[in-house]
Design a binder for this molecule. Structure first.
Ligand SMILES: Nc1ncnc2c1ncn2[C@@H]1O[C@H](COP(=O)(O)OP(=O)(O)OP(=O)(O)O)[C@@H](O)[C@H]1O
Length: 227
């Protein structure tokens, strides 16, 4: 694919980034520096409240840094938000939900809805109401939605929350394939340590506002095998 032939380039550059919701110290994210090349699969790990979602919001441009900068050089960004039950009873089918998103993105080709669902083996659920899907099925649909428009960067917020073990395996196998075979860069907030260790190429560990970048092996040696 074109994105693989382009070769790796600096896709995400975080430079001395400071952020707090008040705009004043103490910072939730304090002097972060991070360079991520295209083609990486980076899992963000950290305790509850360590700033993982805040970093994602900055990455997506929903928030602005108080100091420093964050630059993302990606054509299209797909985003899979954290699972939430709001509007679960709203009577919309899988197809209707994806097709409205297609129109929002101004994608003319209607087949892209079918294609997105096929990638996740969810085409048989096209006419099911969203509210009747299991946690795993709904998550696959959300990933399918994020893939519409063929993003270069896919950002996920805890993809395995509320998903049964079987679907978790399918989802992580799919994400790994997307990264390795199609060169899509992935940034994923993870509480699923096993998935982070087996799927990602890099781990970004947030502790008390500071970030530490390492390989899964380095993370395992430092935090999992040392006790
Ligand atoms: N909209 C907000 N306004 C004020 N403070 C916030 C807001 N959102 C988050 N915070 C605070 O910022 C800090 C980081 O929150 P964040 O949600 O980024 O953490 P997290 O690592 O994603 O947590 P979790 O693992 O629980 O999802 C927390 O102390 C949180 O209370």
């Amino acid at each position: 694919m074109a994105r693989q032939m382009k070769g790796a380039y600096a896709m995400i550059k975080v430079d001395h980034l400071c952020f707090s919701y008040t705009g004043l110290p103490p910072y939730t994210l304090d002097d972060l520096r991070l360079d991520i090349k295209s083609g990486e699969y980076i899992s963000i790990l950290g305790e509850n409240g360590s700033g993982k979602s805040t970093l994602i919001r900055l990455l997506l441009g929903f928030l602005k840094p108080n100091a420093g900068s964050i630059v993302v050089d990606a054509g299209r960004i797909g985003y899979v938000p954290q699972k939430h039950e709001a509007n679960a009873d709203f009577p919309i089918t899988v197809y209707e939900m994806l097709d409205s998103y297609r129109r929002l993105l101004k994608i003319r080709n209607r087949d892209c809805v079918k294609h997105a669902l096929e990638q996740l083996h969810m085409e048989a659920f096209s006419h099911r109401l969203m509210g009747t899907l299991s946690g795993g099925q709904a998550q696959k649909v959300r990933i399918a939605r994020a893939l519409m428009g063929e993003p270069d960067l896919l950002v996920l917020d805890e993809p395995s929350t509320g998903v049964d073990v079987g679907s978790q395996h399918e989802i992580y196998a799919f994400l790994k394939k997307l990264n390795q075979q199609r060169g899509v860069t992935i940034v994923s907030i993870e509480h699923n340590l096993q998935a982070a260790m087996t799927s990602s190429t890099l781990i970004y560990h947030l502790v008390e506002g500071r970030g530490h970048l390492c390989t899964p092996k380095q993370y395992a040696d430092e935090y999992l095998h040392s006790s």
